[in-house]
Design a binder for this molecule. Structure first.
Ligand SMILES: [Zn+2]
Length: 192
């Protein structure tokens, strides 16, 4: 058994769920984390990873999504047949990574538009324009610097997660009239 059971993990903060009280954390930019990491930050990392590991279908999570005002994300993008079929720009992969103080810069002004959804936004899906190719850098919990380039779906994922650290949700990039329900999204996708 792992030490932390799923029931002790914090729930998702969901912006459009009226029963969710502390949605401010989703709209507030986080501050840079200072090394060495304190115990509180280490706990956030453990909770974030445990939450991520619980999900079958999760490519990324940011600390504010489980109520922590911390500049930490976790992400993974592995080879996947479903993804290859539904995401024409899926190419770059990334093993599970915990990134502290991540940032990115676009490598060109070119953007790609594709569907996004989020654990912090109940039931809605929308098409978001993101930079097609970016350079990123971050620090691991061991304070090692990581940097690299990403394109396509991985670049989208990184931008989506870093947005969370800046108080931005994907729905902030989409006109309200263009948001659709998950059900509608799957219906349209199956028709294609
Ligand atoms: Zn999200």
């Amino acid at each position: 058994m792992i030490q932390s059971s799923s029931s002790s993990l914090p729930p998702y903060v969901v912006i459009n769920d009226p029963t969710c009280e502390k949605t401010d954390v989703l709209k507030t930019p986080t501050e840079t984390i200072v090394f060495p990491l304190d115990d509180e930050t280490l706990k956030v990392i453990r909770d974030l990873e445990a939450k991520f590991d619980q999900e079958d279908n999760c490519a990324g999570l940011a600390a504010p999504q489980i109520g922590y005002h911390k500049r930490i994300i976790i992400l993974a993008l592995e080879e996947d047949e479903d993804l290859k079929q539904n995401r024409p720009d899926f190419s770059d992969t990334l093993p599970k990574s915990i990134w502290i103080n991540p940032s990115f810069t676009p490598l060109s002004p070119e953007k790609t538009t594709d569907w996004e959804a989020c654990f912090s936004v109940k039931d809605l899906v929308g098409r978001v324009a993101r930079f097609t190719e970016i350079a990123y850098e971050a620090w691991t919990p061991e304070e090692e610097k990581v940097k690299g380039k990403a394109k396509g779906l991985l670049a989208r994922l990184i931008q989506h997660e870093i947005d969370h650290l800046n108080g931005i949700l994907f729905i902030d990039h989409v006109p309200e009239s263009e948001l659709i329900t998950r059900e509608e999204y799957y219906r349209r996708r199956d028709e294609e």
